[in-house]
Design a protein around this ligand. Structure first.
Ligand code: CO
Length: 462
């Protein structure tokens, strides 16, 4: 074997999001940033996903300030973020003016690469963020959310990849947020995409099911250019495979990677005690390190397994766990096989829970599911059957346009609403994306008498 493989380090975003519910404060990052900058990573994933929400909701930290601080201490290595397409860092579609403003500010504050995905792989929901990234001078990576169903064939994904490349993506990512991509499927997918597309291809998986290292190996053999790993203290289980071990294995196989193994060892030594502190204080549940092959059986992300279990436990319904797990794939099939990624993972999980606990399927239906069936999140991968549609929304109309086409510009309202405390466009966007938490964060910052406590519970899965 030969060739070059680049490494994207996830500890500051996905690694900590997957294992400690995104609770790592900037103070834990600062002392090691210079070494991370010098290590030779392709990029550091530092922002987006749940980090923004977590900063203002739980950590009382300004997410924009965090980004600027990281940028200041990481002048050389590319900084990457994860963006939920038209949903930005939230759970619903925003108008185009908000998407454009948010992307512009992300790049201005220090982001180089934006990984953009849509939970339904509806490329119409990627377009505004893609164009805004390029207009702002950033690198736009479009991500395919990997999932399984009889409709999600290799051919389907290769066509999707080609479509994304034709739209103007600078690179592509196969995003396996659930850790269900098998080694053979990874090989077939990467080979298929590389045969059709010339831009770089990155593979992102999770170690939840115990297959990730094999999956990466086959992906690399098939020509993947970049893989995502996490430094060992925050690796394995619900996170990515360990950076150090991956480097040793790749070097031994004859691949070259530009990453300095000695510096990476230092970075691991630094994060070890931080992991220990979270474990000792209860912020890191040892179960996140468990191998959960059941996620393959039900095609459910590991994080979703633990969320469902926690919800059932809280209501004293733990004995219904297996019933709910078996209901998840049925709900997913009813809804046209959406990939289980934020926000669809939460929505499908909640519907499955309601179907089991109420004793009757679709007796109780959350508004988000109704909106989804009405087309308000985009086009489901597979059309929803007429009887299911009728059961959920009756004779309501289903839209076929891009959902954000129905949204009038929102920035003027955000600016008006944020006025009492906002000092910058970044503040306005914080308020616009998370009105309650944004208002509380800005209130605490600007008003010494503003007394609203921080929150404590999390559910994001991406
Ligand atoms: Co991930």
């Amino acid at each position: 074997m030969s060739g070059k493989v680049e490494i994207m380090e996830t500890v500051l975003r996905d690694g900590q999001q997957s294992q400690i519910a995104t609770r790592m404060p900037i103070a834990d990052m600062l002392p090691i940033l210079d070494k991370m900058d010098a290590a030779g990573y392709h990029a550091l994933e530092v922002w987006g996903g749940a980090t923004f929400d977590s900063c203002i909701r739980y950590l009382n930290e300004d997410p924009w300030e965090r980004l600027r601080t990281i940028r200041k201490h990481v002048p050389h290595t590319k900084l990457q973020m994860l963006l939920r397409g038209q949903n930005l860092l939230g759970y619903k579609n925003y108008a185009d003016d908000v998407v454009t403003a948010f992307v512009k500010k992300s790049v201005e504050n220090g982001i180089d690469i934006i990984r953009i995905f849509d939970a339904l792989n509806d490329v119409r929901n990627l377009k505004t963020a893609l164009d805004a990234t390029k207009a702002a001078g950033g690198h736009a990576q479009l991500a395919i959310c990997y999932t399984t169903s009889e409709f999600h064939t290799i051919d389907y994904f290769v066509k999707l990849a080609k479509q994304m490349a034709d739209m103007g993506a600078d690179s592509l990512c196969i995003k396996d947020m659930a850790g269900i991509l098998t080694p053979q499927k990874a090989y077939d997918l990467v080979s298929g995409i590389k045969a059709e597309v010339t831009i770089p291809l990155e593979v992102h998986t999770h170690a939840t099911a115990g297959m990730a290292e094999m999956t990466y190996l086959k992906a690399v053999e098939a020509g993947a250019d970049i893989i995502d790993t996490a430094i060992s203290p925050f690796a394995g289980g619900t996170s990515q495979p360990a950076t150090e071990s991956t480097l040793v294995a790749l070097a031994d196989l004859g691949y070259t990677t530009p990453v300095d193994q000695k510096l990476v060892a230092d970075i691991a030594d630094y994060f070890g005690p931080i992991r220990d502190r979270f474990r000792d204080e209860g912020g890191l549940n040892p179960r996140v390190k468990d191998v959960q092959p059941k996620s393959l059986l039900y095609q459910v992300p590991g994080g979703m397994l633990s969320n469902l279990l926690a919800q059932l436990k809280a209501q004293g319904n733990e004995d219904k766990y297996l019933d709910v797990l078996e209901e998840v794939p049925r709900v997913r099939a009813d809804l046209g096989y959406p990939p289980l990624v934020t926000p669809l993972s939460q929505m499908v999980g909640t519907q499955a829970l309601m179907n089991v606990l109420s004793g009757e399927r679709y007796k109780l239906i959350p508004n988000e599911i109704k909106d989804y069936v009405r087309g308000m999140y985009g086009r489901p991968p597979v059309a929803i059957a007429a009887d299911i549609q009728h059961q959920i929304i009756g004779d309501d109309e289903v839209i076929t346009t891009r959902p954000a086409d129905l949204l009038a510009p929102q920035m003027p309202d955000f600016e008006a609403g944020a006025k009492p405390y906002a000092k910058s466009m970044e503040d306005v966007l914080m308020y616009g994306l998370f009105p309650e938490q944004g208002r509380d964060f800005l209130g605490r910052r600007e008003d010494p008498f503003y007394d609203v406590p921080l929150e404590t519970v999390t559910v994001d899965l991406d």
